[in-house]
Design a protein around this ligand. Sequence first.
Ligand code: HEC
Length: 127
Amino acid sequence: MRYIRATVSGVAAILIASVSMAQEPEIDAFTGFKKTGDWELVRANCIACHSTKLITQQRGTAAQWLAMIRWMQAKQNLWQFEPQIEDKIVAYLAENYPPQDDRRRAAIPADLMPPNPFAPETHPVPE
Ligand code: HEC
C-alpha cells in the first residue's frame, strides 16, 4: 500500500513537473534567453555588443522593442534586418519580455520634484 502511494505521488510529481515545464520555457545557460519560438534569431543578432542581461531585464511591447532596435540602428551601429527576421525578433521579445505592472513606479508629478539643473531651458542643446 505504501509502495503504491509512493508510486502514485511520484507519477503525480512527474505530471506536475512536465506541465509546469510546458508553461515555463527552459533558460539557455549561455545567453539567459528563454528557449522558445525564434530565440535563436535573437541569439544570432543581439549578443555581439552588450550583455544579454540588458535584454532579459528589459520589458516592452512590440512597438517599444522595435523603438529600441531603431535607436540602436540609428546610434549604435546595429545592422538592418530583413523585415521577416525583424518581425520574428520583435515578436519573440514582446511575447517573452512583455510590459509588467510591478516593474516601475509611476512618474512623480513635476510639482513634487526639485528643479532639474539639466533641463533644456538651463542647458540648451548645441545644434
Ligand atoms: C551593434 C551593436 C549592438 C547590437 C548587435 C545590439 N545592440 Fe542593443 N545596445 C547597443 C548599445 C551600444 C546599447 C547601449 C548600451 C548601454 O547603455 O550600456 C544598447 C542597449 C540596448 C538595450 C537597453 C536599452 C535601454 O533603454 O536601456 C536593450 C534592451 C538592447 N540594447 C536590446 C538589444 C536587442 C534586442 C538586440 C538584438 C535585436 C540588440 N540590442 C543588439 C548596441 C547593440
